[in-house]
Design a protein. Structure first.
Length: 81
C-alpha cells in the first residue's frame, strides 16, 4: 500500500471507524486501567514484602499503565474536528 494513502485514510484518527459512544467507553476503560495501575502499585509498595511477587505485580501494573496510556493517546487523536 501507498504510505500516503494510509495518512489520508486515517485523517481523523486511528479509532475513526468506531462510533462516538464506543470511543467514550474506550476512554473510560483507559482511565480505569490507569487508576487501577496506580492503586496496584500503591498496594504493592505498602503490603507486599516478597521481592519476586512484588516484581510480578509491578510488571502487571506497568503493563496496565502502558495499555491505558496507549488507549488514551488513541482516543485523543480521534477527537472530532
Amino acid at each position: 500500500m501507498n504510505p500516503t494513502f494510509l495518512i489520508v485514510a486515517s485523517a481523523r484518527g486511528p479509532l475513526d471507524a468506531m462510533g462516538a459512544l464506543d470511543i467514550m467507553w474506550v476512554s473510560f476503560y483507559s482511565i480505569g486501567l490507569l487508576l487501577l495501575s496506580v492503586i496496584m502499585i500503591s498496594a504493592v509498595r505498602k503490603w507486599v514484602h516478597n521481592a519476586f511477587l512484588s516484581f510480578i505485580l509491578r510488571l502487571i501494573a506497568f503493563g496496565m499503565f502502558l495499555i491505558g496510556s496507549i488507549l488514551m493517546v488513541l482516543v485523543v487523536f480521534t477527537w472530532p474536528n
